[in-house]
Design a protein around this ligand. Structure first.
Ligand SMILES: Nc1nc2c(ncn2[C@@H]2O[C@H](COP(=O)(O)OP(=O)(O)OP(=O)(O)O)[C@@H](O)[C@H]2O)c(=O)[nH]1
Ligand SMILES: [Mg+2]
Length: 361
């Protein structure tokens, strides 16, 4: 009898052979749904992976470096942080996760150098799955390649199979299962996936009675990702390392379709300052400075928060008790028109804000 792995392989082969066009679109959607379903089945059969692998998250944000072996991930970690990760001119020099801290603009950004095990990591070895679970919890994925750019799509696909979607927003879909009544689909007119295809995909996930609410334009991948149920949506940037070596500009140009591309050389340090800046930007962080009672503002030590953070988040970071005794805060900063803005706990902060917290007593 064919094992689940065999069936996954078969579908993979068929997907490779099938050219994507209007006529095959539905068929491809269904094959992908089948494959996701089988992968979930396979994972549920396996027990947890190796031991002592997980690295605790530290700092203000976590960035995962992923890519094929020998592309220079460890060399980059060494350039970005003060950590020393072993490098070598052969595959699989790095066998465990090596963390480092990149200090940038007052933010402490944790960078994880991951072993170059990517292909079939989702369904393969325990180690591969452990690596993917570290990628899942990262705030940013940096896909590293050398100037042999071809094959980066395989990495993106492998991440996708593991429920990690790069540079795509989560779509507004909800599915309310019921006991009878079949499938009822509620969707706006501009959705490209037709009802029969939605039904087929749902059937693959054994959903036969449900109300399906689709509230924006989606494709079949969006629906499958939703049904898989554990999908995370993370920003990703692409780094082409070893740019000091001969390379094809066209290959790099093609890569730009997948996201932001930064060309660097860990060997000559070309592009390293730009890479640091891009990592910082991609994390969408803001820095807020605290004015102490004495009036002193320490500009060297900002509080680092996510874009969209509220005054409440700063107060909570300082102390829980302060949340109780909070009266109001005064904001000023380069992005504020008003000199001194009096605000409540639910006011949104902007990068560079200086905050004075006024509490009772
Ligand atoms: N020419 C050139 N060589 C580089 C560059 N960056 C790294 N290398 C070399 O490429 C080889 C692999 O570098 P590593 O940093 O060990 O690569 P890795 O991606 O961590 O490899 P694994 O741990 O095996 O996955 C080493 O011999 C490095 O010296 C670069 O920018 N230019
Ligand atoms: Mg390495």
């Amino acid at each position: 009898m064919a094992t689940i792995q065999d069936r996954i392989k078969e579908i993979e082969e068929e997907l490779k052979k099938t050219e994507y066009n209007k006529a095959t679109e539905k068929h491809i959607g269904l094959l992908k749904a089948k494959m996701s379903r089988l992968e979930i089945e396979l994972l549920s059969q396996k027990k947890g992976g190796g031991e002592g692998f997980a690295i605790p998250k530290t700092g203000d944000s976590t960035v995962a470096l992923v890519g094929f072996p020998n592309v220079g991930k460890s060399s980059l970690l060494n350039d970005l942080t003060s950590q020393r990760s072993e490098t070598g001119n052969f595959a699989f020099t790095t066998l465990k996760v090596v963390p480092g801290i990149m200090s940038y603009n007052g933010a402490q950004i944790q960078i994880l150098d991951l072993p170059g095990i990517i292909e079939n990591a989702a369904t393969g070895s325990g180690r591969g799955r452990e690596i993917l679970s570290m990628v899942r919890s990262a705030d940013l994925v940096v896909v590293v390649t050398d100037v042999q750019v071809k094959g980066v799509d395989r990495i993106v696909n492998e991440l996708h199979r593991a429920g990690i979607v790069l540079n795509r927003k989560q779509k507004n879909i909800s599915i309310k299962k019921s006991n009878s009544g079949g499938i009822r689909i509620h969707k706006p007119r501009n959705v490209a996936v037709d009802d029969s295809q939605i039904r087929e995909i749902l059937k693959e996930f054994k959903v036969t009675n449900a109300d399906v609410f689709i509230r924006e334009s989606i494709d079949s991948d969006d629906l499958i990702d939703h049904l898989k149920g554990h999908t995370v949506y993370i920003p990703g940037i692409f780094v082409v390392n070893k740019i000091d070596l001969p390379h094809s500009d066209q290959d790099i140009e093609d890569l730009r379709k997948m996201g932001k591309v930064i060309e660097v050389s860990a060997a000559t340090k070309k592009g390293i300052p730009e890479l640091k800046e891009e990592i910082y930007q991609a994390l969408s962080l803001i820095r807020v400075f605290l004015r102490e009672k004495s009036g002193y503002v320490d500009l060297e030590r900002p509080l680092v928060l996510r874009k969209g953070a509220l005054v409440r988040d700063v107060v909570r970071k300082i102390s829980r008790e302060m949340l109780e005794s909070y009266r109001y805060a005064i904001l000023s900063g380069p992005q504020r028109k008003q000199a001194e803005l009096r605000v409540g706990l639910d006011y949104e902060l902007l990068d560079g804000d200086i905050i004075t917290i006024i509490s009772r007593n």
